[in-house]
Design a protein around this ligand. Structure first.
Ligand code: SF4
Length: 388
């Protein structure tokens, strides 16, 4: 079902995200230097069969009452049944996003096929400008030119798009230029992501491209300001708020993520089994679990910080590598509201989905178990799905 792009506006109201995430498989045609999946064995990268993708999508929509879904890879546009999967999500009111390097969308026919299938938007990974993209990708030809052509195609087709940028040593001086590109091409949002030493990177103490927060911060602050001036929402992920003084309203640690409509619902992400919409206290507990799952720790200075109950702190690997002297505790009474800073941010507002999510049998949906790995990549085929 082809749906018209949703009209959007701006808001400072923070609501719990209604976005699910499904990993369709880990196959990709580039090899980003920071990719988690490059160290995964080939037999663990198989595409998810469409019947399993449909079951997961149904559960997101009808059991967890999600309204959006992100399809992840690998490179999910390579999935042989990608269009069919997108179409099913759109048909049941689960607005689909593909998280993609975007290069295949340089082919207008391919981009149009996604529009016809009902794609809601694309989240395009723009990790640099010009040759930097090819160097980070490690494979391919004319990578940046293809990405720019893809953005032009999406704009021509009226398909909204957002950017993801993983900030590493290679691209710090290009963050402002990426913000400019977002403004020039019409991106709605730029997410600036610190590199997270998760999954297969956890055991590597000396990751060559990893950058310190204090080296990132000056470039990032200017890029956020450019986004704001250009009418582009700017979000920072997984950096402690104290690293960006004056820009904390843009900063989302695991405690703030549930309040960003572009982020993933901890409930469906981990197939946690809470039917419908849990309350904020549930999400606060889920944030604490996420902090532990991903090995974030507070350093000694955090002990005196007003934000310590709603901030992840630093990754354990990061502290082992660089110590704790970057922490800058906030004075004042203890803050227990995760939205303390982010409620000041002007964000894209999406109208709620029309009507009830549907009439599917909730017992059947509850019994559908997603293949969530220990690392939380829902749908990754690294283990047999649990059967009830
Ligand atoms: S809790 Fe620690 S890392 Fe977080 S803002 Fe405070 S000092 Fe910074």
């Amino acid at each position: 079902m082809k749906s018209a792009p949703l009209a959007t506006g701006w808001t400072t109201q923070r609501q719990i995200t209604r976005r699910g995430v499904l990993w369709l498989g880990l196959t990709c045609d580039v090899r980003c230097k920071f990719c988690y999946d490059e160290k995964v064995s080939l037999n663990a990268k198989a595409w998810m069969p469409p019947v399993e993708a449909r079951a997961a999508i149904d559960k997101f929509r009808y059991f967890y009452q999600n309204e959006f879904v992100d399809f992840m890879g690998g490179e999910p546009t390579l999935h042989p049944q990608a269009l069919e999967i997108v179409r099913h999500a759109a048909d049941i009111g689960l607005r689909p996003t593909m998280i993609t390097h975007g290069m295949r969308l340089a082919d207008m026919d391919h981009a149009r096929a996604f529009a016809d299938a009902g794609i809601h938007d694309f989240l395009v990974s723009i990790h640099g400008i010009g040759d930097t993209v090819r160097e980070i990708h490690g494979r391919g030809r004319d990578n940046y030119a293809k990405q720019v052509a893809a953005l032009d195609n999406l704009r021509e087709l009226g398909i909204p798009f957002r950017f993801n940028v993983t900030m590493i040593k290679d691209n710090l001086t290009e963050l402002e230029a990426i913000a400019e590109l977002a403004g020039a091409k019409g991106a709605r949002v730029v997410n600036f992501l610190t590199f997270n030493p998760y999954f297969e990177w956890t055991a590597d103490p000396e990751i060559s491209f990893q950058a310190r927060h204090s080296d990132i911060a000056p470039h990032l602050a200017r890029a956020i300001d450019r986004c704001t001036a250009l009418g582009v929402e700017a979000n920072v992920r997984y950096m402690p708020p104290c690293q960006l003084p004056g820009h904390e309203a843009h900063v989302y640690t695991g405690y703030q993520l549930p309040y960003d409509p572009h982020e993933w619902d901890y409930n469906s992400w981990y197939d946690a089994g809470h039917e419908g919409k849990p309350d904020p206290a549930w999400y606060l507990d889920a944030s604490r679990r996420q902090q532990r799952r991903h090995n974030y720790v507070h350093v000694p200075a955090c002990g005196g910080c007003a934000l310590r109950q709603v901030c992840d702190g630093f990754h354990k690997q990061y502290v082992t590598r660089w110590g704790a002297d970057e922490a800058r505790p906030y004075d004042g009474p203890l803050i227990d509201d995760p939205t303390y800073f982010v409620r000041q941010q002007r964000k894209i507002r999406y109208p709620a989905s029309d009507g009830r999510p549907g009439e599917a049998d909730s017992q059947t949906l509850a019994a559908t178990r997603l293949a969530v790995g220990e690392d939380g990549r829902a749908g990754v085929k690294r283990q047999r799905p649990r059967r009830s």
